[in-house]
Design a protein around this ligand. Structure first.
Ligand code: ASP
Length: 335
């Protein structure tokens, strides 16, 4: 499990080095061609490693779609990451069920939801997009499709995740609230969620995005969050920009969050102002829950300017471009 306290410390050091003032991010880096791309941005601290992988493709003139797929596979394979891919925490019945989606510059998209036994849902999502006339495959159908496409079936529940689930079973308190990082966070605190959402613009200026998660830990069997839903967990419009989300998926779905962020950017909002407005809509609908849940949006516009906004403090994202391959940024927050 990631130690978020340690991460927050690291973030402030990195922020100090590059003179970043937390809460004021809507940035772009202009490169020698006077554009803000190629660039890739990703949610959370594990976005740094994902971006590095994506950069191998983006930095050598490759396509944004290939970059986000390759990047998202890194946390999916990371056995220390219990909220994405293999080693994700299971649902309350002990099944590890994975959700992912992907979208390219042409508006093509694909997703899988509640898929078991396949370690790289993002790659299956891409094949749903490329090889079927459909957008979303779920459950056994998604696994069956993956196997037909040559993916190996494997056990996704690791010993560590199983132990966490068994510990949870002692009380089996179904409490689908989101843990969020704050000043009270202690080393070793467990967070019951997270998603990697990635947005990339390649050297041609084309945008793609990817989003992958194991969803909420110990969720009801069959529960699907925002992450595999195009428009909720991810949206890309190559004329405007892209957005992705993390946090309580139900609230993001209710507000069609990522589509909303992109549409706001179309109307002229900057990436962080668009994310903020989407957060405000969520809070306006359910003011009573705003202090209990986390939802964060991350967005990039066609110029390569990026920004984020989250309900709670502690949301971070990673940025990678020609100048920096490992920049972690503290997102702006409502509280
Ligand atoms: N959005 C994910 C879900 O609701 C979880 C997260 O990103 O924290 O499944």
């Amino acid at each position: 499990m990631y130690n978020r306290r340690k991460f927050l410390k690291t973030t402030s050091t990195v922020a100090g080095l590059v003179a970043i003032a937390p809460r004021t991010f809507s940035k772009s880096f202009l490169n020698k061609n006077n554009t803000g791309f190629p660039i890739v941005i990703s949610t959370w601290d594990f976005g740094v490693a994902a971006n590095k992988e994506a950069w191998k493709i983006l930095g050598t003139g490759g396509r944004a779609l290939d970059a986000v797929e390759a990047g998202a596979r890194i946390p999916e394979a990371d056995l220390n990451n219990h909220s994405v891919g293999k080693a994700g925490y299971p649902d309350r019945d002990g099944h590890v069920t994975l959700d992912a989606c992907i979208m390219d510059e042409f508006g093509n998209c694909g997703g899988v939801a509640g898929m078991e036994y396949i370690a790289h849902p993002i790659s299956v999502a891409r094949l749903v997009m490329e090889k079927t006339p459909h957008v979303l495959l779920v459950g056994e159908g998604a696994t069956q499709f993956a196997v037909e496409q040559g993916f190996k079936k494997e056990t996704l529940l690791t010993d560590e995740s199983k132990k966490a689930w068994e510990k949870w079973l002692v009380t089996a308190k179904y409490s689908p609230v989101i843990n969020f990082e704050n000043k009270q966070s202690k080393p070793g605190d467990k967070y019951n969620h997270d998603t990697i959402g990635m947005l990339a613009i390649d050297a041609k200026g084309n945008i793609s995005g990817a989003c992958t998660t194991s969803g909420m830990a110990f969720k009801l069997h069959g529960r699907v969050g925002d992450s595999p839903i195009i428009g909720a967990g991810l949206y890309v419009d190559n004329e405007v920009g892209g957005a992705t989300s993390t946090g309580v998926g139900e609230e993001v779905i209710r507000n069609v969050g990522s589509f909303l962020v992109v549409e706001l950017m179309r109307q002229g909002y900057s990436p962080d102002a668009a994310c903020k407005e989407a957060v405000n809509r969520i809070i306006k609908k359910k003011p009573e829950t705003a202090k209990q849940i986390q939802v964060g949006f991350l967005a990039i516009n066609k110029k390569g300017e990026y920004g984020s906004y989250a309900i709670q403090p502690g949301f971070s994202f990673a940025v990678c471009n020609q100048e920096k391959q490992d920049l972690l940024v503290s997102g702006k927050s409502y509280y």
